[in-house]
Every structure is written in C-alpha cells, then in structure tokens.
Ligand binder design. Structure first.
Ligand SMILES: [Zn+2]
Length: 114
C-alpha cells in the first residue's frame, strides 16, 4: 500500500500529538509511529483493519481500530506504535487530496411526490 506523503504523515502526527496533551506514553507511541511510517514500515489494508509490519520487519500485526493491536504492549492495554501508525494514517486521510472521480448525485424524481 502506498503511504501518504511524508508531509501529510507529519501534519497528522502533529495533530494527534496536540490532542495527546501531556500524556507522555501516548506521545511516545505517536512519535514512534511517525518514525516507523517515515522509515517505510510495511502497511497493508486488510478486511477488518490494517496489517502493520514492525520496525525491524520481523513481525506483522493485524490492527483494528475496534480491537486495537495484538502485540505485547497492545494486548496489555498499553500504547503501541502499530496502533498509532493506523491512527496517523486515518488522520492523514483528511489531508490527502480527494480522488477526482465522478460522484453519483441523487436527483429525486419530483413527479412521484404528488
Ligand atoms: Zn502493537
């Protein structure tokens, strides 16, 4: 999967950091997630979430925005960079250029109203 441009990743991470406030463990996980994304970790969209490769490339985690990440940290309820990498990607989606595709516009058939 092609990742968003580096600048979009940075802007998204900064937005998440601002919302993290003074939550240091959360901020650390977001920083590590940004580094991982900028360092080119493998990311793929899957049916129920995302497949996120580890920084050293030895593990792959199936991360869901509902169930979180099954890694050691994630499974024990701590912040992990896999989960926050997904958050950054979702956040970055807001900054990506919308695809220029034609839209289906709903045009009501007024004659049916009367
Ligand atoms: Zn994890």
């Amino acid at each position: 999967m092609q990742l968003p441009p580096p600048q979009a990743i940075s802007i998204a991470a900064a937005a998440l950091l601002e919302r993290a406030g003074d939550n240091t463990p959360l901020a650390n996980a977001i920083n590590k997630a940004e580094l991982a994304l900028q360092s080119g970790i493998k990311v793929a969209k899957c049916d129920d979430g995302w497949l996120i490769g580890s920084l050293r490339g030895e593990h792959v985690y199936r991360v869901s925005s509902v169930y979180g990440c099954p890694c050691k940290a994630g499974a024990s309820g701590k912040h992990c960079y896999h989960f926050h990498a997904v958050r950054i990607l979702i956040e970055a989606g807001k900054y990506a250029m919308p695809r220029l595709t034609s839209r289906v516009v709903y045009a009501p058939d007024v004659s049916e109203w009367f």
